[in-house]
Design a protein around this ligand. Structure first.
Ligand code: CTP
Ligand code: MG
Length: 166
């Protein structure tokens, strides 16, 4: 899941500049995605996820880590892209519900990237997903995600990368 987990914190670190919705509103008069979703965050975030995936491919088999899922160029690209597309989708619906950029939306804010990443591999590389995903791994992802999410966001808040600790 590393290629899915890394894009969000990297986007928070480097994000800013032109928003993906170019500042435009949706038909309901509210922003399409909001200022928290920028091209820079999206693109650099995806490259960061692919980058960590390339490292995983490179070191796989070394250090006795043979039991880890075998990443492929396809899987890392789908996981990284899906994570931030899931995040983008979440923001779309968050705006429709009238929630401000950066406001709390507990379950969605945590699992958006997991849903996006897994949906992408399910659609475009189901063979990889079913070869590597077990119920146990899925449950570990469900448990680990909120913990990592909270920890990383608190760190981001302490270092003033994020304006809020969630
Ligand atoms: N970010 C970005 N581009 C993205 C995703 C994130 O620039 N595609 C940056 C933004 O600076 C954003 C920060 O990462 O503020 C944290 O991301 P996130 O918590 O997902 O965004 P929020 O600001 O909370 O906005 P939203 O309410 O839409 O989730
Ligand atoms: Mg947020």
């Amino acid at each position: 899941m590393l290629p899915a987990y890394l894009p969000n914190p990297i986007a928070a670190l480097v994000g800013g500049g032109t928003p993906i919705d170019l500042g435009r509103n949706f038909t309901d008069g509210k922003r399409v995605f909001g200022d928290g979703k920028t091209y820079r965050g999206l693109i650099i975030g995806i490259f960061a996820g692919i980058g960590i995936g390339l490292v995983q491919i490179r070191v796989s088999g070394a250090y006795g880590w043979e039991n880890l899922p075998e990443q492929t160029y396809m899987s890392i690209t789908l996981l990284a892209t899906g994570a931030l597309l899931g995040d983008l989708c979440k923001s779309f619906f968050k705006r429709r519900l009238g929630k401000e950029r950066g406001s709390k939306w507990p379950i969605a804010d945590m699992y958006d990237l997991v849903a996006g990443a897994l949906l992408m591999v399910l659609v475009f590389d189901p063979g990889w997903l079913f070869a590597n995903m077990t119920l146990a791994i899925f449950i570990i992802i469900l448990i680990l995600t909120p913990i990592l999410h909270r920890a990383v966001n608190i760190i981001g808040y302490r270092f003033r990368v994020k304006e809020v600790p969630w």
